[in-house]
Design a protein around this ligand. Structure first.
Ligand code: CAA
Length: 315
């Protein structure tokens, strides 16, 4: 076998600083690599910077990072509002909303901007990596690199190889994922890959139980948290993922596979249209102390203390 120098991933570009993008920036910067973090406007970069500040401040409070280490993490991140800024990166990870045409446009533009050795990765949850790859002149350097929310906490990533991805690209990205402290698995380009293909039918079913008033949100979540030992219930998890993102994933999976398990429960779309997108907007299935907060506060649907007793929250 011919020895091949691994690619230089010392500088990584991240496009899109929403929930996932901001988490990916943190993972990469905490590993000691430089990051170029790109959003469409200054409001977007400010949101990304705030998310990183909030998360590192929490890590400092909990003694996981020293103030100097947190400062070094911030110093490694450069924010930009133009794609051109990633021109010198060895890897670019795209994490914009789940719209195929938007992702294809971004990949076509990146392909013209970066050098021939740069790897282009999409964090898509359910769209076809192959369709995104063929928007470029060189689909061999395109992979999926799918993180899980919260990216700084969850240690699993899926590396998606299309039928044309170069094997060297796959192995270099797997190596990088390990360097980031993740456990990578390599999978083919099938809607939902492994985890979301299993997870989203379950989440959708949970919404349907709640929507048809078969069970309250607290009872649905308690069943899976207390009865099955999961870290959080499905409706609380929908709020963490974001109902808009969950809707896009379900809709894509349904259109690709026609499995009615993935036909999005109508309530999800209604809540998205009403702005109830989960933790990020301060309201989803539950109500939160403020947008972005994980602290649930009582609302009109909270069971009364007389029935539930203090501290008996089912989430
Ligand atoms: N960013 C950074 N760190 C975070 C965090 C965040 N958003 N949320 C929690 N943490 C950290 C905390 O700081 C804490 O760290 P330390 O132990 O080092 O102090 C640790 O995570 C545990 O946090 P908490 O004690 O506050 O809360 P918890 O123990 O209840 O854990 C949780 C919270 C990690 C979110 C846990 O409930 C969990 O794992 N839930 C399931 C999440 C899940 O299933 N995600 C997959 C979603 S599907 C997906 O992402 C794919 C897709 O394509 C949409």
């Amino acid at each position: 076998m011919v020895d091949r120098a691994a690619r230089d991933f010392a500088r990584v570009g991240v496009i899109g600083l929403g929930t996932m993008g901001a988490g990916i920036v943190e993972v990469v910067a905490r590993t000691g690599l430089d990051v170029v973090a790109v959003e469409v406007d200054h409001a977007g970069t400010a949101r990304g910077r705030e998310a990183l500040e909030h998360s590192t401040a929490r890590a400092v409070e909990r003694g996981k990072l020293t103030p100097d280490e947190a400062a070094a993490v911030h110093a490694r991140v450069r924010y930009a509002t133009s794609l051109d800024a990633v021109a010198g990166c060895g890897l670019v990870v795209e994490a914009v909303p789940e719209h195929l045409e938007l992702k294809k446009d971004i990949f076509a533009a990146l392909d013209r901007l970066v050098g021939p050795e740069t790897v282009l990765a999409t964090n898509t949850s359910s769209l076809s990596v192959t369709e995104i790859a063929v928007a470029t002149a060189n689909p061999r350097r395109v992979v999926g690199l799918h993180f899980f929310n919260p990216a700084p906490v969850l240690s699993f990533v899926e590396v998606i190889r299309t039928v044309v991805t170069d094997e060297g690209v796959v192995s270099d990205v797997v190596e990088l994922a390990r360097q980031l402290g993740k456990q990578p698995v390599v999978v083919g380009d099938k809607a939902g890959f492994i985890a979301n293909a299993l997870l989203f039918g379950y989440l959708n079913h949970a919404v349907s139980m709640y929507e048809t008033r078969y069970a309250s949100r607290e009872d649905v979540d308690a069943a899976m948290r207390l009865g099955c030992g999961l870290p959080m219930g499905p409706l609380a998890l929908m709020d963490l993922i974001g109902l808009d993102t969950a809707y896009e994933i379900l809709d894509t999976m349904y259109r690709q596979g026609r499995d009615r398990l993935h036909a999005p429960s109508p309530l999800i779309k209604q809540m998205v249209s009403a702005g109830l997108r989960g933790r990020k907007t301060g309201r989803g299935f539950y109500t939160y102390a403020e947008p972005g907060s994980s602290a649930v506060v009582p609302d009109a649907l909270t069971p009364s203390a007389s029935v539930w007793g203090a501290g008996r929250c089912g989430r």
